[in-house]
Design a protein around this ligand. Structure first.
Ligand code: SF4
Length: 374
């Protein structure tokens, strides 16, 4: 089984914190979609007929596309790949795009999962992040998608924003619970290099993101979502039973996927990663000229071990020491055990040959993972 990721590199407005690949100009939309169609058709033999079980429209803002444009992409995927009947097809969407008319149109497409970028139910946070939508659009969009009969919905929230008090974060979580969505992804606001957010903070135009606040919000998140039936199956992802993201779960379990569109990454399920140029004009130009529009790397055993640690440590099931030994050998397992000795026993449990992070460990998961790298 394999997955397909489709990157739609357009947004109406640049969020201050964003370091994804996108353009706010739609000038190249038509030629870019043609290039995307060409890429979908031309790579049909790469998965050696592995059936496709998940398709994910990410971005950028895929909901910026017209219904017919989404349908055309899916038609091509179905034409060139073998897609399973019970496929999961996710559309990342921004609330301002989800008008009742658009949702009605999407009902006639094969999209069966929505990921809605709510981020916060408070205007001051949306303004801090420079999100294009309003609070009322956020609430209305979730309800409209539900009213149209879609059940498999996830919303994204961001915490740690300096404008987000503890009370407001609690209210965001309460509101999320009351909306009865079966999946929530919550990310700590991070200040990436060369983003407008970094620039504005450096020039003291916006307040700093404080680590202590991020940690407080994370603890509140877990305290509020777990008792109402969500499982934290990955550090940033919470689902009701049966609603884990199949697409992301496949990523984390090392399955193969093809990424189409500028900036999209692909993995062959073994040792090869490939990524398309993060430049819309060049992607269009090189695809049309049948020139190479990607770069690639072959992963060493050490790279594969490090990636394994980086993803598995974030999962509810944790890192299986038996699996580490089977995949990489005894010396890697020993390296992992040695690395763990540097951490307090409050950070993880080691039971039945599985290392699982505690809530304290989740707060320092990045540092823990990098200390276990080979
Ligand atoms: S909508 Fe998403 S991709 Fe676009 S700028 Fe905002 S965070 Fe980045």
């Amino acid at each position: 089984m394999a997955g397909i990721y489709i990157h739609i590199p357009f947004c109406k407005q640049a969020c201050h914190y964003c370091d994804f690949h996108f353009s706010t100009s739609l000038k190249l939309k038509e030629p870019l979609l043609l290039a995307l169609h060409q890429e979908i058709a031309s790579r049909k033999d790469e998965l050696s007929m592995d059936p496709i079980e998940t398709i994910y429209f990410g971005g950028g803002t895929p909901s910026i596309l017209e219904i017919d444009e989404i349908k055309k992409i899916l038609e091509l995927v179905y034409m060139h790949y073998q897609v399973v009947d019970e496929v999961e097809i996710t559309l990342e969407s921004n609330p301002d795009d989800l008008s009742p008319k658009k949702i009605k149109g999407l009902r006639t497409s094969m999209i069966n999962r929505f990921s809605i970028g709510v981020q916060s139910f408070f205007e001051e946070d949306l303004q801090y992040m420079n999100r294009v939508h309003s609070v009322s659009e956020a609430e209305r969009s979730v309800k409209s998608v539900q009213d149209a009969g879609f059940e498999n919905i996830t919303i994204d929230l961001i915490y740690g924003t300096p404008t987000l008090s503890k009370e407001h974060w609690e209210e965001n979580l309460r509101k999320t619970i009351s909306l009865e969505v079966p999946h929530v992804s919550c990310y700590a606001l991070t200040v990436e290099e060369n983003t407008p957010l970094e620039h504005l903070i450096r020039r003291k135009k916006l307040p700093l993101v404080e680590d202590a606040q991020v940690a407080d919000h994370f603890l509140m998140l877990v305290e509020q979502l777990i008792p109402v039936g969500f499982e934290q199956y990955e550090i940033s992802n919470f689902s009701k039973p049966g609603y884990r993201s199949r697409h992301n779960t496949a990523y984390w379990s090392g399955k193969a996927y093809l990424g189409f569109g500028p900036g999209a990454h692909s993995f062959n399920g073994k040792d090869q990663r490939r990524w398309n140029l993060s430049n819309n004009a060049l992607y269009v130009q090189k695809t049309a000229a049948k020139e190479t529009y990607w770069d690639q790397e072959i992963l060493t055993e050490k790279d594969r071990y490090n990636e394994f640690i980086m993803t598995q440590i974030r999962l509810q099931e944790g890192i299986s020491l038996d699996l580490v030994e089977r995949k990489f050998g005894q010396s890697y397992k020993q390296h992992l055990l040695n690395g763990l000795e540097g951490f307090s026993k409050d950070a993880y449990t080691l039971l039945d040959n599985k290392m699982v992070l505690t809530i304290q460990g989740k707060l320092i998961s990045d540092r823990l993972a990098s200390d276990l790298f080979f």
